[in-house]
Design a protein around this ligand. Structure first.
Ligand SMILES: NC(=O)c1ccc[n+]([C@@H]2O[C@H](COP(=O)([O-])OP(=O)(O)OC[C@H]3O[C@@H](n4cnc5c(N)ncnc54)[C@H](O)[C@@H]3O)[C@@H](O)[C@H]2O)c1
Length: 213
């Protein structure tokens, strides 16, 4: 409800709106068309951290697919110490899992077994997050491979850099008088954008839109 409240407040004041939370804003056609009609730029949903497990998972899968590898199963689970991890555990677990799984699956051109989503709260990690990735599949001649990886990050700076990019992207949109979802910004900075692109395409789109190199 808070995300909806702030989206309506942004519409009333003509202020660009960024939904970093997993709450559904871009998936609400009526609300989105009000942003388009009012000429107010919008970006979301659910920020994709700079070197978060979702971005890394997508990057590894894109690499494996480009090398002709057939992935059969994979999971991405993490533990964190921030209030977001408690919230995920208590309230948004299924939503987070659905968004992350869809974000990762959309980068592989075939179906495979995938579980992707936050798993637990560990208080002493505070702003820290440990992410565990596992992948299994086959390459030439049916040979099997498996990959296990642990990523340790800090949540705040992981969101900070991408958010600065996204804020700049929306400022460019506002200066150009654009309203509604700014796809070049959404595809680059979010886990559930209106259009899923590969990491490389999303970066090129964002750079082309903002003129940044
Ligand atoms: N790397 C990241 O930090 C990251 C990545 C992707 C998505 N997100 C999403 O971004 C959101 C924020 O994450 P965070 O790590 O900054 O969380 P956080 O718990 O550190 O901060 C959330 C802030 O929102 C405030 N808040 C809560 N309810 C509010 C309300 N109704 N009105 C106004 N303020 C309210 C809280 O007081 C707190 O200051 C979460 O939904 C999270 O899922 C964060």
């Amino acid at each position: 409800n808070a995300s909806d409240f702030y989206a309506h407040a942004a519409l009333e004041t003509g202020c660009g709106f960024i939904n970093a939370t997993p709450n559904n804003i871009l998936g609400k056609p009526e609300l989105v068309s009000r942003f388009s009609q009012a000429g107010v730029p919008l970006a979301g949903d659910d920020l994709m951290s700079q070197i978060g497990a979702t971005a890394l998972h997508i990057g590894i899968l894109e690499f494996l697919v480009s090398r002709g590898v057939k992935v059969s199963e994979s999971y991405q689970l993490d533990v964190g110490g921030g209030s977001e991890s408690i919230d995920t555990l208590e309230r948004t677990r299924n939503l987070k899992r659905e968004i992350k799984t869809q974000a990762v699956k959309s980068h592989v051109p075939y179906d495979f077994s995938l579980v992707s989503g936050s798993s637990d709260f560990v208080d002493f990690l505070v702003d820290g997050r440990d992410s565990f990735l596992y992948l299994k599949g086959r390459y030439f001649g049916g040979a099997e491979f498996s990959l296990d990886l642990k990523l340790g990050t800090q949540d705040s700076p992981n969101a900070g850099g991408i958010l600065v990019d996204v804020i700049r992207g929306l400022k460019v949109a506002k200066d150009r008088g654009l309203g509604g979802p700014i796809n070049e910004v959404c595809s680059y900075g979010f886990k559930r954008p209106p259009i899923h692109l590969s990491l490389g395409e999303a970066l090129r789109g964002f750079r082309g839109f903002t003129g940044c190199t």
